[in-house]
Each structure stands twice: as structure tokens, then as C-alpha cells.
Design a protein around this ligand. Structure first.
Ligand SMILES: CC(C)(COP(=O)(O)OP(=O)(O)OC[C@H]1O[C@@H](n2cnc3c(N)ncnc32)[C@H](O)[C@@H]1OP(=O)(O)O)[C@@H](O)C(=O)NCCC(=O)NCCS
Length: 392
């Protein structure tokens, strides 16, 4: 088997998905995706678009502006028609699935250079847009238990996750993201893109919109749950609605060496796991366990984790159940903040957490041998992937 290395990774700033307040409210998601592809080629001039074997792109809601966005954005961006694209739909894990498909193709020798990407605009194509549930599904599960917020409340109840602990997690997610941003850590991955402020002034967006500089525990404690009467999950402890795109340049190690690229990590295996959709946020427990078992590893072997913070309730339930951490601030989990602060543009996040993991392992955790990226997904799919420092 060949080895698949991460040559580069980029992402757009994550902007708020809001008709009046979102910095990208007048930018289409395909344009954001194009900018991210362009940045990959500008940063890596030794690779021409026609050298790419295929482009994978995860998107959760493949309707409206996001209908086959992988192909349409690639063509709209003027990239070669000869390069095929594959849009992947697996709800939130779509982006990670894109990375895993590309990595596996490289390892099997089907091609040497792939782009794995993900995109979502949760304002222009909202969650559940054009959704039409199968009637038989609604006989199997209660309709009111399927929406994401309801699953977060159910997990909090089942796993007795206290509201204060969730708010503490949101507090630290914002603090760490702000610290990473201010230290310039995201500069190596963010592609600046023109957007506009609330008052309509155009500006170059080079930072994430949702990060709260002064998160207030008092303010959070006063917020009400939008999901359930008397519920414990609030906007502060949910990943906010977001717009963003991310892309990875993945290559066989041979090709990367031939072209003289430097790289730090390689794909070391991944799994998908399924679970009850009414507690979909528990998916990372099953995915991480399956991955570690298959590799003959335990939680202790993993130096660094990127666990997508869909909701604080599910993240805490997973971290506790896996024996990784009890409460924020975490030592080796989401060290540059997570989706509670950065946002979670569904199809983008699975790629974004690998982009960030790569950068964390290249800088703050240079000696780390293993990193895991894991995320849950709507309707009960979860993906986990293992990334290993390459011994040179
Ligand atoms: C929770 C949710 C319903 C809230 O959406 P919303 O009602 O549109 O609310 P917003 O996110 O705009 O936030 C409402 C207000 O609370 C504020 N707020 C959010 N977090 C806050 C915090 N930590 N402290 C103080 N205020 C906060 C927002 O800034 C906003 O106020 P503003 O408009 O004055 O800025 C939505 O974010 C959601 O559905 N999230 C989950 C998404 C999801 O399911 N993803 C998939 C997971 S698998």
C-alpha cells in the first residue's frame, strides 16, 4: 500500500450564517469553495489543476445553491473539465468522508494527487432544506426526536451533563479560539475573502466571525433553550449556524517526494460508525472506539484530538465516555478552540478539523505521533480518522 500525506490544507474564514449580519451574506458558497481551491494552487505552484486525479467535496445539504456544488464550483472556477469531482453527502461527516475517500484512493494506487474538500452555507441552504423524511422512518423514530437540537437535549439528559459544564466548555472553546487567532495560528490556514460588515462596508475577511472575545458565564446562564421547554442546551452551547469551505491537498508520499514537498502527517486509517439517530451526538464514542480497537490502540496512544463540537452536551458525553477528559479546559482536545466558537458549517467541518489538526501537529504539538479527528453527524453517522506523524 502507498502512503497518503497531507501536503497542504486551507479554509475560508467561518462566517455567521445570517441574512443581515453574516459577513458572507452576499457571497455564494460556490464562490467561497472556488477561493479555497484557488488558494491551494497558488500556495502550491508545483501542482497544476490538471494534475489532480479527482476532487472530493462533502456537503450536507445538496440542494439549491449546493446542488452538486463540487462539480459546478470546479467548472465555475475555470478549472479543467477533465478533472472529475465527487460530491459526498453524509451530513456532518461529509467532509471527513471526502478526505478518507481521497486517502484510500491514494493508498490503493488509483491516483497520486487529490483534493478533499467540504463546504456549507447554512443561511442560503438551511438545515433540513427540501427535506422529505421517508414515512417508514417516522414510524421507526419519533419526528420530534430527530432534529439536532432535540438529540443534544436527549444526550444531556441521558448522560447527566450539567448545564454549567456545557457553558464552561463553550467559555473555553471561545477563549482558546481567540488566543489561537490572536497568536496568528489560523493565519497559516485561512484564505482571506472579501465580505461585508453589518453596515454594508466591504472588507477582507481574514478571521472567524463567531469567536467571542469575552464570553460571559453569567450571560450564558441566563439564556433559554431554543429546543425544549426548560431545556439545558442554548445557542451558547450549540455550534452556531455558519458558512465556510475547506480543502486539503493529499498526495502519495512518492509523488510528494518527487515534487519536493514538505509534509508532516499521513493518513493512518479511518472508520465510520452508526448509532441511534435520536442520540446522534454519541457517534464519536462508537467511531473512536472502533478506530482504536482496529489499530490495537487505546486513548492513551493518542496525543491530540480534534472532536467536532456540534453541541457541548454530546462532546462532553463522548469525552467522558471515552475517558479522554471530564471537563473544560481540556489538555489535548481542540487546543485551538472548537466549533462552539469557530462555527460548524456542516460539510466543511470534517475537512476543517483535519486542516487544523495538521497545523497543530506541525507547530504546538511537533512531537505528537498520533492525532485523531472525529465528528458526529445528523441521523446517526460518525467518522473518525487517525493521522500519524511521518518519520523521515
Ligand atoms: C442554537 C440555534 C438554534 C441558535 O440559532 P439562532 O436562534 O439563530 O441564534 P443565534 O445563533 O443567532 O444566536 C442568538 C443570539 O445569542 C447570542 N449568543 C450566542 N452565543 C452566545 C454566548 N455564548 N453568549 C452570549 N450571547 C450568545 C448570539 O450572538 C445572538 O445574538 P446577536 O444576534 O445579538 O448576536 C442554532 O445556532 C442551531 O441550531 N445550532 C445547532 C446547529 C446544528 O444543529 N448543527 C448540526 C449539529 S450536528
Amino acid at each position: 500500500m502507498k502512503e497518503c500525506v497531507v501536503v497542504d490544507g486551507v479554509r475560508s474564514p467561518n462566517a455567521r450564517a445570517h441574512k443581515e449580519k453574516g459577513w458572507f451574506r452576499n457571497v455564494r458558497p460556490d464562490e467561497i469553495l472556488i477561493k479555497v481551491y484557488e488558494a491551494l494552487f497558488e500556495r502550491n505552484p508545483k501542482v497544476a489543476p490538471e494534475d489532480v486525479e479527482a476532487v472530493f467535496c462533502g456537503t450536507a445539504n445538496q440542494a439549491g445553491m449546493q446542488n452538486d456544488i463540487a462539480r459546478l464550483a470546479w467548472l465555475a472556477g475555470g478549472f479543467p473539465e477533465s478533472v472529475p469531482t465527487n460530491g459526498i453527502g453524509q451530513q456532518c461527516p461529509s467532509g471527513m468522508a471526502a478526505a478518507e475517500h481521497a486517502a484510500r484512493a491514494i493508498m490503493c494506487g488509483e491516483g497520486d494527487i487529490y483534493i478533499a474538500s467540504g463546504v456549507e452555507d447554512m443561511e442560503k441552504v438551511p438545515m433540513a432544506f427540501a427535506m422529505d423524511f421517508p414515512p417508514r422512518l417516522l414510524k421507526r423514530y419519533k419526528y420530534e426526536e430527530i432534529p439536532m437540537g432535540a438529540t443534544a437535549e436527549k444526550v444531556a439528559e441521558l448522560y447527566k451533563v450539567k448545564r454549567e459544564d456545557m457553558e464552561l466548555m463553550a467559555y473555553w472553546s471561545n477563549m482558546k479560539a481567540a488566543e489561537a487567532r490572536d497568536a496568528g495560528k489560523f493565519a497559516r490556514e485561512i484564505v482571506p475573502i472579501e465580505g461585508e460588515k453589518e453596515d454594508g462596508t466591504k472588507f477582507i475577511v481574514d478571521r472567524d466571525q463567531w469567536i467571542r472575545d469575552n464570553p460571559s458565564l453569567e450571560q450564558m446562564a441566563a439564556m433559554k433553550s431554543p429546543f425544549k421547554e426548560g431545556g439545558v442546551v442554548t445557542a451558547a452551547t450549540s455550534s452556531p449556524l455558519t458558512v465556510g469551505a475547506a480543502a486539503l491537498l493529499l498526495m502519495s508520499r512518492e509523488k510528494a517526494d518527487e515534487l519536493g514537498f514538505d509534509y508532516h502527517i499521513k493518513y493512518s486509517g479511518g472508520v465510520m460508525a452508526g448509532c441511534d439517530p435520536t442520540v446522534m451526538g454519541l457517534g464519536p464514542i462508537y467511531a473512536a472506539r472502533k478506530l482504536l480497537d482496529r489499530k490495537g490502540m487505546t486513548v492513551k496512544d493518542i496525543d491530540i484530538w480534534e472532536l467536532n463540537e456540534a453541541f457541548a452536551s454530546q462532546s462532553l458525553a463522548c469525552l467522558r465516555e471515552l475517558g479522554i477528559a471530564e471537563n473544560a479546559p481540556f489538555e489535548n482536545v481542540n487546543v485551538w478552540g472548537g466549533a462552539l466558537a469557530l462555527g460548524h458549517p456542516l460539510g466543511e467541518s470534517g475537512v476543517r478539523i483535519i486542516v487544523t489538526l495538521n497545523n497543530i501537529m506541525k507547530t504546538d504539538y511537533k512531537d505528537a505521533k498520533y492525532g485523531v479527528a472525529v465528528l458526529c453527524g445528523g441521523f446517526g453517522n460518525a467518522n473518525a480518522s487517525l493521522w500519524e506523524k511521518v518519520e523521515k
